[in-house]
Design a protein around this ligand. Structure first.
Ligand SMILES: [Cu+2]
Length: 88
């Protein structure tokens, strides 16, 4: 089952939530399929304060939404934990 280009969204922000939101986009290399997307999404989603993760598989862009700004080292660690590499 291939679903290239599909965006997987988890931990959606509750409707009407406005306060203290931060959104940052990273680039992850090594993801090839939905399985990779899920691994990265779950690892990053496990970081304290993360409220949303959107992965665009073709570009490797990972958009992370959180209540407060995240430490890039935490995001890098989560990506590496999933078995991939954060390049930007
Ligand atoms: Cu994969």
């Amino acid at each position: 089952m291939v679903a290239e280009g599909r965006k997987l969204v988890v931990y959606p922000t509750p409707l009407g939530y406005k306060g203290g939101m931060s959104e940052q986009t990273y680039t992850v290399t090594g993801m090839t399929c939905d399985h990779c997307v899920r691994s990265v999404t779950e690892e990053i989603g496990g970081i304290d304060g993360v409220t949303g993760v959107v992965v665009d598989l073709p570009t490797g862009k990972v958009t992370v939404r959180s209540g407060t700004a995240l430490d890039v080292a935490d995001v890098r660690g989560a990506v590496e934990e999933a078995g991939y590499e954060l390049t930007a």
